[in-house]
Design a protein around this ligand. Structure first.
Ligand SMILES: [Zn+2]
Length: 230
């Protein structure tokens, strides 16, 4: 292994992410915050940042290879793309494969990706939820709770969210204001009080919004030791 930081590996950042577009930054490694995000630190400066490949303006040939390998290593596996659902995995078809490959290609192209949701467990309690129909978004498809099971919405709604498809159901109040009002529902699931978006409960009950991938300046003290602040 070559010494770190490797002088050959440098990037410059787009305006808005750097005080000087000519400033060279070293790549420190995986930020472990969101898929595709990495830590960089400015050469001959104390500045440190969390960025993704889309924030990078220029890069040395070695840095391009580093980033390419980094992004390939963070591609989603098919099982993860299918919401970690054994049922979807066992019944996946060519269209699932196409959406999965397109998702990874887009991730490598943009350098970041919206979070992939886990398929919520089928829960009979969802039968008692009033309209609108509980829904979720897994494997690139809107899915609704119907007749006691998750089924693909037919037709699929026209999704205007190009950057983060499936984040909201088009035309709902959540789509207008840009976030959900998530409340813990039945232990294993969290449901939006407004549009009835359902997600597997992995978040803290107080987390009432779904943030977009975070990046930006980090105070140096937050970097070491332990995981970085967001
Ligand atoms: Zn909502």
């Amino acid at each position: 292994m070559s010494p770190r930081p490797d002088e050959r590996i440098w990037v410059t950042l787009k305006p808005g992410w750097t005080p000087d577009p000519r400033l060279r930054w070293s790549i420190d490694g995986n930020a472990h915050t969101h898929r595709g995000h990495l830590h960089v630190s400015a050469r001959r400066s104390e500045l440190q940042m969390t960025v993704h490949a889309g924030d990078i303006a220029d890069a040395s040939p070695e840095a391009r290879l580093w980033i390419d390998g980094f992004l390939c290593g963070q591609e989603a596996g098919l099982f993860e793309f299918l919401g970690c659902s054994p049922r979807l995995y066992d019944s996946h078809d060519e269209e699932d494969i196409s959406r999965w490959m397109a998702w990874n290609e887009r991730f490598r192209h943009r350098g970041w990706a919206p979070p992939l949701h886990t398929m919520p467990r089928p829960d009979p309690a969802l039968d008692g939820v009033a309209a609108p129909q509980p829904w979720t978004y897994v494997a690139g498809r809107f899915r609704v709770w119907q007749d006691g099971a998750w089924t693909e919405a037919d037709p699929q709604p026209e999704d205007a969210e190009q950057d983060n498809p499936g984040r909201v159901w088009p035309g709902t109040i959540c789509s207008q204001r840009g976030y959900h009002e998530l409340a813990v529902c039945y232990g294993s699931t969290t449901i939006c009080e407004s549009c009835h978006f359902v997600m597997a409960a992995k978040r803290h009950a107080d987390d009432r919004t779904i943030p977009l991938p975070g990046r930006g300046m980090l105070p140096p003290s937050s970097r070491q030791p332990g995981p970085p602040a967001r």
